[in-house]
Write a protein that binds this ligand. Structure first.
Ligand code: ADP
Ligand code: ZN
Length: 600
């Protein structure tokens, strides 16, 4: 273990292991198997990188993310680690070179795509080489239920049979129990020790608001809080990602679309720009993101509601992996729910499967509508506990107002009932507000007792009432009739006068003085020095064709700004400055700091 700590200091430049890392690393170094569940940004990579460096032989990392292998390998080489990869992007000559390095024991870490690994040629190559461990990254890809399923992963249980003495470590950020069981079963990990880290991501601020003017809301969020920051904006449809990216471009922002319908070259080039440049915004469908380990994604915005809390958590988890403040921002409306329900109803799949999906969608909706701490609700969903409200979500920071919505809710339910459960929200509101619109007259709805009883609330307030009744399962959306609302069993006690209901008061549109939350920079930092350090980093990154964070993370540069190291020894104490980087870049960064001090 001493050797592990020594490696952590000298290679990675970090002081201490995070709590779960230490026991995971000990297990693997001692030759045991491990299953690691850790949230994105938790520090999974070190769990296999350190043991691979400490144990004799080369560590083999199986990863489905071919497009990212090059960057992962470059980052390791920056640290002085002898890393390489084998996948379909290499030509025959380079492949042979990597293979002979492996045979000669000249590699510390080798990344391999699963479809390559399971070929006989590759297996026998591995049998002839000294292997320290197998790391199976993104292990949830064996799950046939998940949307990341890879058939090649199913064959990975052969590692156990072919290489019985070599420790295996499977890693994933997907939390749920069912996926975990599938991983254990399909990868033959029955004897592995399980490490389940807490799922909290305290540096991410969760905010969920109502959609009223999505583009303007988004633009405001970006201009107020994320000037020059890199981030991801998720949309439900391909078309929308393109529209939004174009529109943001017209507003002067550096935004690119990404979805599975773009050709491979465009996708690759957009992804490369996002990774390599600073401040690029990716407007994407869920096709984008798995394995993107860009540490300085400062925000994840959702313009449409994800289908499940799992997806929401996985997508928002891509923000702030460096541990610095980041925003998870979402807007949603009743239309999202109607659209998602329609998509589900139209999908193939058994009734049981559809019911399960419906259930998960309701949980997501519940998260949107709650008035208590969002983080407590999120963690609770994953079976984790947070005893106190978090203080870093919108519910905690700007507590939502509630009001006694009993009377309004009864009126709304009664309007649904009396119009025959065949009409959508807009029509129902017209009836409640006593509008003499054509359609109201046509169906004689002006003759109903509920006609015009609800004039004290305006259209928006009524929409909010209906949305919350749907979210809480008192009303359902009828899919055979576009958007028609129907009563659910659950609304009876309220209709019979046996129950009261508290509703969330939606925030007024013109928000009062909003607090400025430039997320990334602490208030007391010297911005001039910060910019100068970033500029130096950018030049170095460009020279070597690597993303800037591969040189140093934002966090490391911020520590330099705070501690103002004057010499190599002081610089070496900063988090993220290992021996190799100290040697390679130390002088250059010290020079920037010194020059800056001189002109101040
Ligand atoms: P994951 O793969 O779990 O999403 P990473 O392995 O990419 O996470 O690690 C997330 C971030 O945390 C990286 O920037 C990494 O350098 C940093 N990190 C990991 N372990 C430590 C540690 N013990 N001390 C300081 N920083 C760490
Ligand atoms: Zn909170």
């Amino acid at each position: 273990m001493n050797q592990a700590l020594q490696t952590l200091h000298s290679v990675f430049g970090y002081e201490t292991f995070r709590p779960p890392q230490e026991s995971i690393i000990r297990t693997v170094i001692e030759g045991g198997d491990a299953l690691v569940l850790m949230p994105t940004g938790g520090g999974k990579s070190l769990c296999y990188q350190v043991p691979a460096l400490v144990r004799p032989g080369c560590g083999v990392v199986i990863s489905p993310l071919i497009a990212l292998m090059q960057d992962q390998v470059s980052a390791l080489r920056q640290l002085g680690v002898r890393a390489s990869f084998l996948n379909s992007t290499l030509d025959a000559a380079s492949t042979r070179e990597v293979e002979s390095q492996l045979l000669a024991g000249e590699l510390d870490l080798l990344y391999i795509a699963p479809e390559r690994l399971t070929r006989e040629r590759c297996l026998s190559l591995l049998e002839q080489s000294a292997i320290s461990l197998f790391a199976i990254d993104e292990a949830h890809c064996v799950s046939q239920w998940g949307h990341d399923f890879r058939a090649d992963y199913l064959q990975l249980s052969l590692l156990h049979t072919r290489f019985p003495g070599i420790p295996r470590i499977a890693l994933t950020a997907t939390a749920d129990a069912r996926t975990r069981l599938e991983i254990i079963e399909r990868l033959d990990l029955g004897n592995a020790r399980q490490f389940i880290a807490g799922f909290d991501r305290p540096n991410i601020r969760y905010r969920i608001a109502l959609k009223h003017n999505p583009r303007q809301q988004l633009l405001r969020f970006l201009r107020d809080e994320h000037v020059g920051d890199a981030g991801i904006i998720y949309c439900m449809s391909r078309r929308k990602t393109e529209d939004i990216a174009t529109w943001l471009g017209e507003q002067g922002l550096d935004a690119l679309p990404y979805h599975a319908g773009l050709d491979a070259a465009t996708r690759a080039s957009h992804q490369a720009r996002f990774l390599r440049e600073e401040g690029v915004i990716m407007v994407a469908t869920i096709a984008f993101g798995m394995g993107i380990d860009k540490p300085d994604v400062r925000f994840v915005a959702h313009l449409d509601m994800p289908k499940t809390v799992e997806s929401y958590y996985q997508e928002t988890g891509r923000a702030g992996r460096d541990g610095l403040a980041a925003n998870a921002w979402m807007i949603y409306g009743l239309q999202d729910v109607i659209k998602l329900r329609q998509m589900m109803a139209a999908s193939a799949g058994s009734e049981e499967h559809k019911r399960a999906e419906q259930h998960r969608l309701n949980a997501m909706l519940g998260l949107c509508e709650i008035t208590s701490c969002r983080r407590q609700a999120l963690l609770n969903y994953f079976g984790d506990q947070l005893d106190q409200p978090c203080g870093n979500c919108d519910s905690c920071l700007e507590p939502a107002d509630t009001w006694d919505g009993t009377e309004a809710a009864r009126m709304a339910l009664s309007a649904v009932y009396r119009t025959g459960q065949r009409f959508g929200v807009n029509h129902l509101i017209e009836v409640l507000r006593g509008s003499e619109a054509d359609k109201v007259m046509q169906f004689d709805h002006h003759l109903l007792p509920t006609f015009g009883v609800g004039t004290q609330w305006d259209n928006n307030q009524w929409r909010s009432v209906f949305r919350q009744l749907v979210a809480r399962g008192l009303l359902s959306v009828d899919l055979d009739r576009f958007g028609a609302l129907r009563l659910e069993e659950k609304c009876r006690p309220l209709l019979r006068g046996e129950e009261q209901i508290e509703l969330r008061r939606d925030q007024p549109r013109q928000k009062t003085a909003r607090q400025q939350t430039r997320t990334a920079l602490p208030a007391d930092i010297d911005v001039g020095l910060w910019e100068a350090l970033r500029e130096r980093r950018r030049l170095l990154a460009e020279e070597q064709g690597v993303p800037p964070y591969v040189i140093f993370h934002d966090r490391t540069l911020q520590e330099m700004c705070c501690q103002l190291p004057r010499n190599r020894a002081e610089l070496g104490h900063i988090n993220g400055v290992g021996e190799r980087k100290l040697e390679k870049y130390g002088a250059q960064f010290l020079q920037v700091i010194e020059q800056h001090a001189a002109v101040r």
